[in-house]
Design a protein around this ligand. Structure first.
Ligand SMILES: Cc1cc2nc3c(=O)[nH]c(=O)nc-3n(C[C@H](O)[C@H](O)[C@H](O)COP(=O)(O)OP(=O)(O)OC[C@H]3O[C@@H](n4cnc5c(N)ncnc54)[C@H](O)[C@@H]3O)c2cc1C
Length: 430
């Protein structure tokens, strides 16, 4: 019996176990176990929409246990905290309930092949006060926590009184997450008027995006950034470029020129790194973002029985850059890791990973969608915007749904989501 253990059921990991489970049905000597620290999968690029409250986890979440039972693989809930590469086992932390009572003790899980797909966390670059005062959008729990705080602030601002207060939200990092969240917040402020907050509107919302670099969307082509910039400025979003945050405190972010950018809610979305404990394991070669260095087959450079994919993987492109931490990278890496696990089991030569950049899209709520198709790397990119860009943006999520549900069920899930959107509130109010 060959046991494949996949740690992390995110954008890449869940697609991988779905494919592997189909292979295992025909090859009974292979078993697949998925480990994740949480019970429900939500595609991470949706988290800013969860945070704003424009989508609901009950329509977009996938229960791992249900998915495992339908696809005939095993799911174990647990947090990966360590491993012994010689003995080929990983260690999962004890599982406690909300009251701190132990449900499962710390335990070990043996593997023949291990896949690490544990994603990334926000990088605060050690900036003082950020952990204590900011919200992050690294997980569903964090996005939901921000959403509850947002609802409370909307209620507060809506109170009648002689003074018209504004709700101030500051976001550090003008990448896709920061810019898309800003536009969604504008939309939500207007929506809240229809849901019992008559004096609230986008005019009473002040969103600032603080970016240390010279322009917003630094990883994307300038044309996309310019188009997104003018859309955000039309919404009244304050864009503070070339502005470095040196500290966060209860009332806002402090910049290197000693300015306080006041905020009722503070969000940090300025770059990502692999989780800190990866480095502490002292087993892997890592880069500056703590991602694990891999060979061309996506095996860890220090152990060929360990594959790494997605945001926690450091895979170098021919031009010397790293494969970017994106859903499309995790998706492509999951396909290569699948092929290589199957080839390895069948004694066939492994395939090299080749990253294709299919472009990037920025979806600014209902206001604008802009992006490029066919690759920023090759300089052959085609600029798109409007309805076509929106269609391509939506199709990225559809591809993930088809990959994890299969065609028939995937289409039914998409249809039920559409119907759900028609009948449910446009803003999640709890
Ligand atoms: C708000 C937001 C918007 C984004 N928008 C886009 C976009 O438009 N386009 C795009 O291409 N990319 C986007 N991204 C980036 C994209 O979401 C990630 O690149 C992608 O999800 C990475 O996939 P992954 O499988 O590596 O990790 P993830 O999808 O993050 O999955 C990691 C999984 O590992 C689990 N896990 C973590 N640690 C442990 C542990 N110790 N033990 C057990 N399980 C663990 C987590 O619970 C999770 O299920 C966005 C990201 C965010 C936050």
């Amino acid at each position: 019996m060959q046991r494949v253990v996949v740690v992390g059921g995110g954008a890449g990991g869940l697609e991988l176990v779905t494919k592997l489970s189909r292979f295992c049905r025909k090859h009974s000597h292979v078993e697949v176990i998925l480990v994740d620290k949480v019970r429900t999968h939500v595609w991470k690029p949706l988290l800013h929409e969860v945070a704003a409250g424009v989508i609901n986890k009950s329509s977009d979440g996938i229960d791992y246990r249900m998915h495992a039972s339908r696809n005939k693989y095993e799911f174990q809930q647990g947090t990966f905290i360590g491993m012994d590469a010689q003995k080929q086992h990983i260690t999962l932390a004890a599982l406690d309930d909300d009251e701190g009572q132990q449900i499962l003790p710390e335990r070990q899980l043996a593997y023949d092949i291990l896949v690490l797909a544990i994603g990334s966390v926000s990088n605060d670059f050690g900036t003082p006060g950020v952990k204590e005062h900011s919200y992050f959008l690294d997980s569903l729990a964090q996005a939901e926590r921000f959403h509850r705080a947002l609802l409370n602030q909307l209620l507060k601002v809506n109170q009648p009184g002689p003074e018209q207060h504004h709700l101030k939200i500051s976001i550090v990092g003008a990448g896709a997450t920061g810019t898309e969240l800003a536009a969604q917040l504008h939309h939500v402020a207007n929506l809240s008027r229809a849901y019992g907050m008559p004096t609230m509107s986008a005019e009473r919302l002040q969103v600032s995006i603080i970016e240390a670099g010279p322009r917003i969307l630094p990883a994307l082509p300038e044309r996309i950034a310019n188009s997104a910039k003018s859309a955000l400025e039309k919404l009244g979003v304050q864009l503070l470029e070339n502005t470095k945050v040196i500290r966060a405190e209860a009332g806002g972010f402090v910049t290197s020129d000693d300015r306080l950018i006041e905020a009722d809610l503070m969000v940090w979305s300025a770059g990502v790194k692999a989780p800190d404990f990866i480095k502490d394991l002292d087993l892997f070669e890592t880069n500056r973002a703590q991602q694990i260095l891999v060979n061309s087959y996506l095996q860890s450079k220090s152990d060929q029985r360990i594959y790494v994919l997605g945001d926690c993987c450091a895979c170098m492109l021919p031009n010397g850059n790293w494969v970017p931490p994106r859903a499309q990278s995790a998706h492509q890496m999951a396909s290569t890791v699948y092929k290589n696990i199957v080839n390895g089991i069948q004694g066939v030569p492994l395939t090299d990973f080749a990253y294709s950049d299919y472009g990037s899209l920025i979806h600014l709520s209902k206001y604008s969608t802009v992006g490029s198709l066919m690759g920023n790397l090759s300089n052959r990119s085609m600029f798109i915007e409007g309805k076509l860009a929106r269609l391509v943006y939506v199709s990225l999520y559809s591809m993930h749904q088809l990959a994890v549900h299969g065609w028939l069920k995937g289409m039914l899930v998409m249809l039920s989501r559409k119907v759900g959107n028609l009948v449910s509130a446009k803003l999640k109010l709890h």
